[in-house]
Ligand binder design. Structure first.
Ligand code: 13P
Length: 282
């Protein structure tokens, strides 16, 4: 069933787990995510990446189809716009029927970020949907979901508190050492910073750049207030290889694996380490 971000994150916050938010690039990919989430009775945040939806000709019609698929699922599903770069894009998604949008004005100064976020929150409140925003900036170390390489900067805990107070957002993405894309090794997570942010902010926190973060790191972030984890790089590479190579994309040899099987393996792993596996029951 289709729900808002707030609705899916409230039980996660109460229960001390995080909901996985994988980006999908096609209706087929969304169907794979929903099927796997249903198989494991796990809530999911189906995220649409920051593609230029402003130039999408039949965006409303397409969103209608996405909504129908999400609503027909037996588990809670939030249909979320990932990294909306300006209020206009977010408002377009809100009007089309997304149940949550992210306004990512994190590259702007605090005042501008607050202003842009408030515009989106105002539009979202009119139709009862949720808003995620970002403070500090999660960079990108490859051409991935966030576009070309860009350098991040860490979240200032004080600013995070001030930002939430002035915007009334429902979830907050924070920069604590992860990046979008691949890593060499595992990232150094600033757990002390996360703890400090937590002391200023009482809404669910979001970890971007979930791929390659490492199981132990993810478990610790969830224990310290992360309730939504975005994952894309770890899925898309084997997902595309599954059709292109004819090999098992994890071992590089053996029997061909379907895209649905690839999604099953990766999502199940993330459902387990985030603590969300089976949480759609009851
Ligand atoms: P990764 O591709 O590093 O998993 O990041 C995904 C993400 O944060 C999307 O917003």
């Amino acid at each position: 069933m289709l729900v808002t971000l707030t609705k899916i994150l409230e039980p996660a916050k109460r229960g001390g787990y995080a909901v996985i938010a994988p980006d999908f690039l096609s209706i087929n990919m969304l169907k794979h995510y929903l099927a796997v989430a249903e198989k494991y009775s796990t809530p999911i945040i189906a995220s649409y990446p920051p593609l230029p939806i402003d130039r999408f000709r039949r965006f409303n019609h397409w969103t209608y189809k996405l909504r129908a698929l999400c609503d027909a699922a037996s588990i809670p599903v939030c249909l979320h716009l990932d990294h909306g770069k300006n209020p206009q894009t977010c408002i377009k998604a809100i009007k089309a029927g997304f149940t949550s949008v992210m306004i990512d004005a994190s590259v702007f100064d605090l005042k501008q970020n607050i202003e842009m976020t408030r515009q989106v929150v105002q539009a979202a409140r009119k139709v009862g949907i949720s808003v995620e925003a970002e403070i500090g900036h999660v960079g990108s170390n490859m051409r991935g979901i966030e576009g070309p390489t860009d350098t991040g900067f860490l979240t200032d805990p004080n600013q995070a508190g001030c930002f939430v107070e002035h915007t009334d957002v429902d979830a907050l993405a924070v920069s604590i050492g992860t990046q979008h894309g691949h890593y060499k090794g595992t990232p150094d997570i600033d757990f002390k910073r996360l703890e400090d942010i937590r002391s200023f902010v009482n809404i669910p926190l979001v970890l971007h750049g979930g791929s390659g973060t490492g199981e132990e790191n993810i478990r610790r972030t969830v224990e310290n207030g992360i309730h939504k984890i975005n994952v894309f790089t770890d899925i898309i590479k084997p997902y595309l290889q599954a059709t292109a190579s004819g090999f098992n994309p994890f071992s590089g040899k053996g029997i061909r694996m379907s895209q649905r099987e690839v999604v099953d393996i990766i999502l199940k792993k993330y459902f387990i380490i985030s603590g969300s596996l089976g949480k759609a029951v009851g």
